[in-house]
Design a protein around this ligand. Structure first.
Ligand SMILES: Cc1cc2nc3c(=O)[nH]c(=O)nc-3n(C[C@H](O)[C@H](O)[C@H](O)COP(=O)(O)O)c2cc1C
Length: 211
């Protein structure tokens, strides 16, 4: 018998048509905000922010920047996962100050880690740091997809959009952010034909290697 979570992962699908009359409750949105913030990230640095949009005019504007994909207009809310424009040493210092505050970890333990991270990031190219941050955004996306399935929230993971246009429409550059992934969330339309389609996956035996 399939476990509940496998049943729910089979229930979820990349929703192509949302029921625009059905809105997610504040409680459901709060769950998604908390799940985003609880995402594991490398070194715990969380170089991410999530924009939560519930604004029909704004959502309509995003359609042209999303290869005309209507999900962003029809969904109850649109989540935009963003990375920081850069990772400064003061950002890293803030992280270690938070660890000190929350866990009372002595500075003699934190300082070597902090210095190590600052020196390691300062020797990297900006492009590599951005790529590393984007990887963290994909972890958040995966986490959100599973939480959505668990909560019976429909969603559509999206890479099919123009980040520079999103950044402009949403004023992200001023906030020193860059959009990397989009996740419209809400409830599937009854006539979304994709909800009836069988899952297409390689066989488990083909993708798993046991040693
Ligand atoms: C990173 C990522 C980007 C995707 N971008 C889009 C997109 O722009 N538009 C879309 O309709 N589906 C998009 N998809 C959905 C995939 O096509 C879909 O997840 C895949 O075909 C498997 O189908 P399922 O999710 O319905 O099981 C994306 C999925 C992922 C994980």
């Amino acid at each position: 018998m399939a476990s509940d979570i496998i049943e729910k992962l089979n229930w979820r699908y990349a929703t192509k048509k949302f029921d625009s009359t059905r809105k997610l409750s504040e409680e459901k949105i709060q769950i998604l905000k908390d799940a985003f913030n609880l995402t594991a990230t490398s070194y715990g640095l969380q170089p991410l922010k999530m924009v939560v949009i519930q604004n029909e005019d704004l959502q309509q504007k995003l359609v042209a920047a999303s290869m005309e994909q209507q999900q962003v207009a029809q969904a109850s809310h649109v989540l935009v996962l963003c990375i920081e424009a850069s990772l400064t040493s003061s950002y890293i210092k803030n992280h270690f100050n938070r660890v000190e505050d929350i866990r009372n970890t002595p500075r003699e333990i934190l300082d070597p880690f902090e210095e190590n991270l600052i020196s390691s990031f300062s020797s990297k190219e900006q492009e590599d740091i951005s790529l590393w941050m984007a990887k963290q955004a994909y972890i958040a996306m995966g986490n959100l997809l599973t939480v959505c399935a668990y909560e019976e929230i429909d969603s559509c993971p999206m890479e099919g959009f123009v980040p520079a246009q999103y950044d402009e429409i949403l004023g992200l550059t001023e906030k020193r952010l860059q959009s990397v992934l989009v996740l419209p969330v809400g409830y599937r339309a009854e006539d979304d034909m994709f909800s009836e389609l069988k899952k297409v996956r390689r066989g488990t035996e083909e993708v798993i290697i046991e040693m």
